[in-house]
Structures are given as C-alpha cells and as structure tokens.
Write a protein that binds this ligand. Structure first.
Ligand SMILES: *Cc1c(COP(=O)(O)O)cnc(C)c1O
Length: 418
C-alpha cells in the first residue's frame, strides 16, 4: 500500500492533493504521510515479534520533527539520540526518558550530565574514557548509569563509504578485540551499570549478510564476556536497514531481518534493542518543488527547480538517487538534468534522467525524502529553511514553519566598532 498515489491524474498524499499543500504553504516543502510512518513502525515491530524481549528506539536523526516523533511515540517507540538537542526533542514529543538510548561518538560532559539528570535509559559508550567520566558523574549524583559498550566488529556493510560505520578504520565503537579488557576495567566502577554491548555498522544496507556477520561476532563476544563473569542483559543491534529509492530495487524486509536475528540470537537470553531510522522514515515523505525554468543545455535541458541542495543534501553528499515525479504528469517524457538554484555544480539532483515532461511553473516531487531530508537542511545561499507538513487522511498541518532569511539575519549582529 502506498499513501503517495495518483488520483484522477494528480498526486495525492493520503487524501490531500500535493497541489493543495503547495498552494497553501508554498514550495519547496516536505510532505509526510502519518499513515505511512505509523505503518512502517508497526511493520518493523511485527517483524521482531518472534524475539522475546525487544526495545525499539527510533533513530531520530533520520527525521526528528516533533510531530513525527509523536507518531512514533504513539506506536510505542523510544528514541536513539545522538545529541542533547535530540534528547530534548524526544522528551518534548512525550517519549519517556527511560526509553531513550544516547548514542554518539562525541557526547560532551555537559550532555552526559544533562542526560543523567533526565534519567536517560541507556548510554551507548564509544570509548573507555567516556565510561570513566560517566561513572564519575553518575556516582556524584548517587546513581548508576545504565550503559552498554559500542563495539566495532570490522565488517564491511557494503554501503556508501560516508554511511559505513562498522569498519575498523571508522571512528565508531571500540575494536571488538579490545572489548573484553575494557569491560573488565569499566564494569567494577560503582557509577556504571555496564550491562551489554551495542553495534551499528552502517546505513542503507541492501543485504542482511554483513549484519549477520556482525551479529555473530557480537554473539561470540557476549559468550566471552559471560565466561569472564560479566552480567550481560542487553544487546543493541543498531539500525541500518535500507529502503528502495528506485522502484525496482529489492531490500530485505523487517520480517526477514527479524527472522535472521531470531536465528542468530536464539541462545543470547538478552533484551535486544533496535535503532531503525531510514526504514521508518524514508518512504514516508516527499519533497515537493516547483519548476522555475527549463534551461537549454549542451545535451539535455536543465530543469531548474526551487528546491536545492540546502533542502535535500543527499544527492550532493552521497550521490544519492531520488525519484522525480510530476504532480500532474501529462504522460509525455523528457530526458533532462535536474538542478536547484544554489551556486554550486553539486546542486544537481539528476543527470540525463528520463522523467515526466515538465515546464516552468509545474509542480513535482522528489520521492523517498522522509529520512535524512529536512533534518539536514541548511540556509546556504541565504535561502529559507524548508518547512514540513504532516498529512493525516484529508487533513494536513504545517509541523515546521518555513524560516525566513530575515529570522536568521535577526540573530546576527554588526559589532559596534564597525
Ligand atoms: C544513524 C544511526 C542509526 C539509524 O540508522 P538507519 O540507517 O537510519 O536505520 C541507528 N543507530 C546509530 C547509532 C546511528 O548512528
């Protein structure tokens, strides 16, 4: 089922025409389907149904809009956060602190302190020294910080280099070969409840094989830690499941992931934690845009749209593919390059792509823009910060305002010596 569909030749999100949102809010604008978010959350949870003890922590960096987080909270999800700001968002959305996992390779002392004060459910430690500092901060407060040690299993996730996180040369986790020694030193600290391990090997994974290899290594580590007398009650398996950006791409489903995990972890006897991000959010949103000009090129023409790399960075950052579709397709096709107005050649969404024929003034969408879209937006070239809209049935609401350049300028100062 797809909540982004054509009805009478016109693109709808659930029961709302994209054109109606564009008329009311302007373009560019991110449009999310609440039903799709809720369905993805449900399908992921159901995929893990065969596993006895599961904690689901939506990786909110994928799409941290507070309204989106509320949808996930209503589906029983906690959050995986990677900054104090994300922690504030999860709490503001009504998630309970106990359901929040704090990941991230550069948590500051201030962030650790605030997270302890908030009663965060688990700290995913990235290095031994972080554990020592956290233990001291917790001891000073008279509490024990629930924590797991993130290990780097040194597997190649087979994804884009910039979103691979589980190779030995990546900055994440401690080498799995050193985990036992670090555990021996950290576990006795009175301020720590060091209860398990975590991994996250990368994003947009198209195959379960690297995940299975990584999980198998974690299984060996859990046995080794237990043999050394450590009590292991939690293993955080991270996120990473990919989504099809191209319609004919095939990706493992949450149910297939769940079946693999159930098999690999059958004798672990722990609470398994998952941190899905993209698989929940990716296909739940589009970026709607208007064609500004169709400009002749040396080969194909340039379709210049009013969305740019500052609104959707993935093509410029990762060479990512986003399907482009007209809101009212005529049935004609054209071969074109698609680019935004920003003064960078990298502000190009597609080259020599076969697309719906469009002309100046036409509306179109970039599909599969719900994850790592609005959250990466900037105001580069003094463009407005892109707004977000959430659709539910025949209703829609602006869930993030367009931030005008004037508002950004109001936060700037000319010092009095000028
Ligand atoms: C980014 C991230 C995730 C989510 O990754 P997806 O590919 O979006 O599922 C989960 N855990 C950690 C630690 C992350 O950094």
């Amino acid at each position: 089922m797809d909540d982004f569909h054509y009805r009478d030749g016109e693109l709808y999100v659930e029961d709302v025409p994209v054109a109606a949102i564009a008329a009311a809010v302007g373009t560019p604008v991110y449009i999310y389907s609440q039903a799709t978010f809720a369905r993805h959350a449900r399908v992921f949870r159901e995929g893990m149904a065969a596993i006895p003890h599961v904690h689901l922590a939506y990786a909110i960096k994928a799409n941290p809009n507070i309204a989106v987080l509320r949808v996930l909270a209503n589906q029983g999800y906690g959050a995986d956060v990677v900054s104090g700001g994300e922690m504030r968002r999860a709490l503001a959305a009504g998630m309970s602190a106990a359901d929040i996992v704090f990941s991230g390779v550069g948590k500051t002392v201030a962030e650790l302190r605030d997270a302890l004060a908030a009663g965060i459910g688990q700290f995913n430690l990235e290095l031994e020294e972080e554990g020592v500092v956290l233990a001291r901060l917790a001891h000073d407060r008279g509490v024990r910080a629930p924590a797991v040690l993130r290990v780097n299993p040194d597997v190649d996730a087979g994804t884009h280099a910039k979103i691979s996180t589980g190779k030995a040369e990546n900055k994440f986790g401690v080498p799995i070969s050193e985990a036992r020694a670090i555990f021996d030193r950290l576990a006795p600290l009175p301020g720590l409840d060091l209860r398990g391990v975590a991994i996250h090997i990368g994003s947009q994974l198209q195959s379960l094989a690297p995940l299975e290899r990584a999980y198998a290594r974690v299984g060996e580590l859990v046995a080794e830690l237990r043999a050394a007398g450590h009590v292991i009650t939690h293993v955080d398996l991270g996120g990473g499941l990919g989504v099809p950006y191209r319609t004919d791409d095939v990706f493992p489903s949450p149910a297939e992931l769940g079946a693999m995990v159930a098999r690999v972890t059958a004798d672990w006897d722990v609470t398994l934690m998952f941190e899905p991000g993209r698989v929940i959010a990716g296909n739940a949103g589009v970026l709607a845009t208007k064609v500004v000009w169709v400009k002749p090129g040396v080969g194909d023409p340039w379709v210049i749209v009013d969305a740019a790399m500052n609104d959707l960075a993935r093509p410029a950052l990762y060479d990512a593919f986003h399907d482009f579709a007209a809101v009212r397709p005529s049935g004609e096709r054209m071969s074109a390059n698609i680019a935004g107005p920003v003064c960078e050649s990298g502000d190009t969404f597609a080259k020599n792509r076969d697309i719906d024929a469009v002309a100046s003034g036409d509306l179109a969408v970039f599909r599969t823009a719900g994850a790592y879209g609005a959250t990466m937006a900037s105001t580069y070239n003094s463009r407005a910060l892109v707004p977000e809209v959430l659709v539910c049935g025949d209703k829609f609401a602006v869930v993030a305002d367009r931030i005008d350049p004037g508002t950004i300028m109001a936060a700037e100062r000319v010092p009095d010596w000028l």
